[in-house]
Design a protein around this ligand. Sequence first.
Ligand SMILES: Nc1ncnc2c1ncn2[C@@H]1O[C@H](COP(=O)(O)OP(=O)(O)O)[C@@H](O)[C@H]1O
Ligand SMILES: [Mg+2]
Length: 264
Amino acid sequence: MSTEPSAELLAEGELTVRGRIRDASNAALYCTVSHQGREAACVYKPVAGEQPLWDFPDGTLAQREVAAYEVSEATGWGLVPPTVLRDGPYGEGMCQLWIEAAPEAELLALIDAEEPEPGWKAIGFAEVGEGRTALLVHADDERLRWLAVLDAVINNADRKGGHLLPTAEGRLYGIDHGVTFNVENKLRTLLWGWAGEPLTGEAVDVLEGLKEALGASGALAVRLAGLITAAEIEATRARVDALLATGKHPEPSGEWPAIPWPPV
Ligand SMILES: Nc1ncnc2c1ncn2[C@@H]1O[C@H](COP(=O)(O)OP(=O)(O)O)[C@@H](O)[C@H]1O
Ligand SMILES: [Mg+2]
């Protein structure tokens, strides 16, 4: 269990459903949690509302979301909003702190150029209709770069634009981590801008820390044990080892970078 105060509120608070989130592919409910005079908004995704996925047969998507939070906490980067497993009005599910995103922040753009401007990184060319293509770019932002490392570790199969929540306070959160930790390489993301580039020294230090925490009796390994399978924990260790061995951001395995569809 995390020591983050919001995680305690999420786990212990009384959960009240306020509405259903319309664009969600699985049941996602907008809720409030209240406990000892504190209240927060959260998203609650009951396990009962999950669509079964053939390539994620073990455990639940809710458990994967909590596992992603645990890895994010172990990095110290705080990229995933506090997320817990708990009981709720529709049974067990994941409960995650609601983040008010500041929509004006520009993290992605489509530009009519061959090369990105300084301050931007290229993702790839995209068809934009009438036989025209445009260059899809993301910001050269240290927080996105942290997230690219986290996604490589958790093997995120769905890092799209709508899952990036920048806040007015300058934080950046990633959400929707139900399709993560597969034993096969499924990295599907927009954050390919650093592909093949050396990891920062900071990222290497964080990965060394993860390696230790994922050791047989490491704190993170213990937390993940109740959330994902032993084979998935082993594959997570192997991904950390591979990142440390190459010292580079991962590159797409095919000719085209694997990006989620739709990208936003
Ligand atoms: N923690 C959160 N804070 C703010 N908005 C969220 C949060 N979690 C989900 N949302 C909103 O709800 C939508 C659906 O949630 P998401 O996690 O993407 O569910 P699904 O697995 O169904 O795609 C998101 O696109 C986002 O707009
Ligand atoms: Mg989603």
